[in-house]
Design a protein around this ligand. Sequence first.
Ligand SMILES: [Zn+2]
Length: 196
Amino acid sequence: MAKLYFSYAAMNAGKSTLLLQVAHNYLEREMAVYILNSALDNRFGARKVASRIGIEKEADTFDQESNLRQMIDTQEPKPACVLIDEAHWLTAEQVEQLARAVDELRIPILTYGLRTDFKGELFSGSERLLALADELREIRTVCGCGRKAIMTLRTDGEGNVLADGPQTQIGGNEAYVSVCRNHWQQGIDSGTVSYS
Ligand SMILES: [Zn+2]
């Protein structure tokens, strides 16, 4: 039975690397995969999924207007699996389209994304995926203190925590740090994080 999967994590946990590994496993068996990435993510150039450890693959892109059910249905050949990176940028409606694609087209769909933004709020895509996915998988990464990192802090070029701002921030000097909840709260409250 085909399923909808949501693998979630904080920033820099290696989500794209895992996605590309799954794609590789299918392609090695000569099975078609359809890879999608958000049009907002152009860190590595448009129309691909790239990992920080250096591997990459071509991808189609989605924006807020994309009809994903239709995009998947019109793929030739029919994909054995659909892989979606940056899935937190999906709209709630697009997640519902994916659930229909799984159930009606019987294609497994694996989505990868952030659970929460830098303010600790669920992304709309992640909220709907947490509600509708058949299987939830947590991708683990660690905070500087050694605890599991489940939150993401946004910092400016000098390492100062930015507690406010738009959810989508493209092209600035911001950087993101994955931290445990305790250090996320410390960062939000004091504007800086100390692990000692
Ligand atoms: Zn910590």
